[in-house]
Design a binder for this molecule. Structure first.
Ligand code: GLN
Length: 576
């Protein structure tokens, strides 16, 4: 290796723009994440940026059934689910400037205009919006102190909405031609009747992109099957790029194989050549990634059945994997950590709201999760499922709403507090077990819903001799005596009921450092029924978190609580 490699400095910062051609939904986010993985394995520090062309200021107000999960960053920014993939593939936290929407940019420019920032000039999309975008790209690079920014431009070539972002990328290329590369993620259909892969739409998309003044330097060719050399050549010639810049990206079983496939086509090396970047030897070891990518598909002979109880399952074409993607991925990583293959079952909570629900269907599951959620629908069904899981020793993991409901269930059925509820649904309930946080009351009264929940990373202290403490400690996640986790909620356990719940055996094993907010609830580990003579309710795993642990789960760093839950699920199976 050449020892005198030029150091990549701020002035030689590189940008890679990823743009979709032909159609949406072909895995541009995964492609972007995977480019990040292979380049970071070469020793470069990467930040991944997502540009969403819609006018929402952030993703927080969007319905997950239509738009997918809302992913929360450390500082509380509510973003698109792609940001979750970015963090998982890079094994690094994103910064606030790594996510932007048209709404965010227009809002900033308009606020600046109101503050006379533009000194009396006429404020226009070109140059002001475009320059604000360029500024944000540059700022994101600076904030992350990265070597390379990889920017995914949402939407597809030909959309009206993303033109301004493509224009900003073009400007950057003009300013620093040697530092900017464009990648088009395209799609090559194989129409059933023809049985032949067609490259024409890709050629047309490249031409359309060229009409914006941007040439694709690389083409990632998504298709059902790998691209043969002939087609690579054909695309290369018609799009004016070397054949090795056409990367084959066939459908595969696991998204974690995408970087492995990109490596086979030497994508990182070719990108480095295009950007005149020398190889470094400081990157994370790619063998660890490869081992994980292979292992995560293993253990089919040890399936563990996990039920996710939600209300979002009967909404037509909606894809469940999008609304709960971080939860599903977190389960996958911890399944792998426990050497089992999680099999996900979606359970519609409304099936447990009928007159006499068939609870025996729940016995087939080795673990039950009630994930985050809002509003009334399906709530009573979820409460019924939680009760069944508690009374029958089925491992239960409640995430945010799932923790609040678990506390309500406990209040209703163990403390006998009939009518116990959350203020979110019935603020006049006889026992408001889950209440609105005081600072949230005002926000709701003012109709201030956007970005106004308790959002982002907050610390919690863990109680000794609890499942939570044991799990976090053995994973080495306790730093300076506390853990920090990402939140997204308006309601919390009502302080007036904490003592009563504790006296009845529910353990609040995680609390905010001042002791006022209940962050984790659990029952002591043991067989159901055991310990009752001492007034203790036990359970193999009955635990809920007010925060969203799924946001911190990474393939190379599974979340300790998910791992503990999967361990209990595996244990239940053994006991069968
Ligand atoms: N609806 C509940 C709250 O606002 C839970 C939110 C969630 O699950 N993310 O507190």
């Amino acid at each position: 290796m050449n020892k005198k490699l030029p150091k990549v400095t701020k002035s030689t910062h590189k940008y890679i723009f990823v743009i979709g051609g032909v159609m949406s939904g072909v895995g541009k986010g995964i492609a972007t994440s995977s480019i990040g993985t292979v380049l970071s394995a070469k020793g470069f520090s990467i930040n991944l940026v997502k540009v969403d062309p819609y006018l929402n200021v952030d993703a927080g107000t969007m319905n997950p059934t239509e738009h997918g999960e809302v992913f929360v960053l450390n500082n509380g920014l509510e973003t698109d689910q792609d940001m979750g993939n970015y963090e998982r593939f890079l094994n690094r936290d994103a910064s606030d400037f790594d996510y932007m929407t048209s709404g965010m940019i227009y809002k900033d420019v308009i606020e600046k205009e109101r503050a006379l920032h533009y000194g009396g000039k006429c404020v226009e999309a070109i140059p002001h919006i475009r320059d604000e975008i360029v500024h944000r790209f540059e700022h994101a690079a600076k904030q992350n102190k990265s070597d390379i920014s990889i920017v995914e431009i949402g939407g597809t070539i030909g959309d009206y909405q993303n033109v301004m972002f493509i224009e900003a990328a073009r400007m950057l290329k003009m300013k620093r031609p040697a530092d900017v590369v464009f990648i088009m993620v395209s799609y090559l259909p194989t129409p059933g009747k023809l049985g032949e892969m067609k490259s024409r739409p890709t050629q047309n998309a490249a031409r359309q992109l060229a009409s914006y003044g941007v040439n694709a330097d690389f083409i990632i060719a998504r298709a059902e099957t790998p691209l043969d050399h002939r087609r690579k050549e054909k695309i290369a010639i018609s799009c004016n790029i070397p054949t090795e810049h056409v990367i084959s990206a066939p459908d595969i079983e696991s998204i974690y194989d995408v970087p492995v496939n990109f490596e086979k086509d030497r994508l990182a090396e070719n990108l480095m050549n295009s950007l005149s970047l020398p190889e470094r030897k400081t990157g994370p070891d790619f063998t660890e990634w490869k081992k994980m990518a292979k292992g995560i598909k293993n253990f089919a002979e040890h399936p563990v059945n996990i039920a996710i109880v939600g209300k979002y399952f009967n909404t037509g074409d909606f894809v469940l994997t999008d609304a709960y993607i971080s939860v599903l991925e977190a389960i996958k990583f911890s399944g792998y950590a426990n050497k089992v293959k999680p099999v996900i079952h979606t359970v519609n909570s409304r099936d447990f709201e009928v007159k006499s629900p068939d609870y025996s269907t729940l016995d087939q599951y080795d673990g039950i999760i009630v994930p985050g959620g809002f509003g009334e629908s399906g709530i009573e069904g979820k409460l019924n499922v939680i009760r069944y899981a508690r009374e029958n020793g089925i491992p239960y993991f409640g995430l945010c709403y799932g923790m609040q409901l678990m506390t309500i269930e406990y209040a209703r059925n163990v403390l006998g507090l009939t009518g116990a509820h959350t203020a979110e649904i019935n603020p006049r309930a006889k026992h408001v077990i889950i209440d609105i946080m005081p600072d949230q009351k005002k926000k709701i009264a003012e109709g201030n819903y956007g970005g106004s929940m308790r959002l982002g990373r907050y610390p919690a202290k863990l109680g000794k001799d609890t499942i939570a403490h044991e799990a976090y400690e053995s994973a080495g996640w306790i730093k300076h005596g506390s853990i920090t986790e990402r939140h997204r909620h308006r309601y919390e356990v009502n302080p007036e009921y904490i003592k009563k719940l504790e006296e009845a055996g529910l353990v609040f094993s995680g609390k905010s450092p001042d002791g006022t907010l209940m962050e984790i609830a659990e029952l002591p580990r043991g067989e159901v029924g055991a310990g009752r003579e001492n007034g203790v309710n036990q359970h193999p795993f009955f635990l809920g978190t007010q925060f969203h642990p799924e946001f911190l789960a990474r393939p190379l760093a599974p979340h300790p609580l998910f791992t503990e839950f999967m361990k209990a699920a595996k244990g239940k199976q053994k006991g069968k």
